[in-house]
Design a protein around this ligand. Sequence first.
Ligand SMILES: NC(=O)c1ccc[n+]([C@@H]2O[C@H](COP(=O)([O-])OP(=O)(O)OC[C@H]3O[C@@H](n4cnc5c(N)ncnc54)[C@H](OP(=O)(O)O)[C@@H]3O)[C@@H](O)[C@H]2O)c1
Length: 328
Amino acid sequence: MAPAPPRNQRDHRNQGKTFLVTGGNAGVGYFVAEELAATGALVVLGSRDAAKAEAAMAALRSRVPGAHVRHLPLDLADLSSVRTAGDRLAHGSTHGSAPDPAIDRLDAVVHNAGVALDDPPRRQTKDGHELMFGTNHLGHFALTQGLAPLLSAAPAARVVTVGSFAARSERLDLDDLQSAEDYRPKRTYGRSKLAQMSFGFALDRHLRALGSPVLSVVAHPGGALDGLTPSRPPVHVTSPARRLRTLPAGLLVQGKHAGARPVVRAVLDAEVRGGQLWGPRVFGLRGRPRSEPVPAHMADREVASRLWSISAELVGADPDLGFRSRCR
Ligand SMILES: NC(=O)c1ccc[n+]([C@@H]2O[C@H](COP(=O)([O-])OP(=O)(O)OC[C@H]3O[C@@H](n4cnc5c(N)ncnc54)[C@H](OP(=O)(O)O)[C@@H]3O)[C@@H](O)[C@H]2O)c1
């Protein structure tokens, strides 16, 4: 697929706002960042790889002339990096040739970055947690606490968690959240996404109970394949041959640009409510975004509450994630 021409201009709907997209350097996250940058906001790419973040910022600027973008070093598989990331945003960074000024509020964070392993062996984060549960769930859980002051400082911030269709058929094993006893990579991935989604819904209940203006929303991209995704050199290039091979799959699933749409909707749409689940309309796999019923197992309060306390203990977080004292 030939690269689409750049947009002629940004609009200014969200000038003055700041959005953080974890894993904004690639895949769905890149396209979320592109859409958000086009609204005039400052978009911060949370990425563990400076070269990939630079490449994504170059692609973003070529697509969205005048885009305000910035890189935040962030490795979700390393809790010390997660803690530093919140501080860097709040206090600015003096590292590098172009120091980043502090920001005083965060209008949304998109918990998008994710790792999915297909095969054993079981791998671990720097802190010794199973890699998918540790990165996808625990990393974002800890990041939420680090960002609580900045989110609470915005008039109506959102935490948007990117879940997955794969979580529908999974159930959490609260006695073996890290698959230490029984490791099956696909199941462990699905459960890590379920943990994220369960936390996303629980976070909204928590915020409502506190009277906080912050909303927590869950969105998922359906099935999103690189081969159906338009090129964004140097971040991603789909060759004509690959595009042709993947074309039949387009009957069922979509590209990552389209997978980004429910996520962008969850960030921007004034009609979106906390605790909602957004995904693609056709079998939850492709198509325009819509709000979906939340499956009962994702809204199970008892499971979510145990998951929350175990997660807080594992990452050394404040049990209320730092939101309590800052609500209005
Ligand atoms: N694609 C699908 O069909 C699909 C379906 C359901 C749900 N999802 C969810 O959608 C989200 C995006 O998926 P995708 O298909 O766009 O994946 P992707 O193309 O593989 O991109 C994943 C992103 O996550 C980042 N990442 C991985 N580990 C990280 C870490 N330790 N610290 C910081 N960033 C890290 C990657 O950074 P690097 O470039 O440095 O690796 C990359 O930017 C994920 O949460 C995934 O679970 C995807």
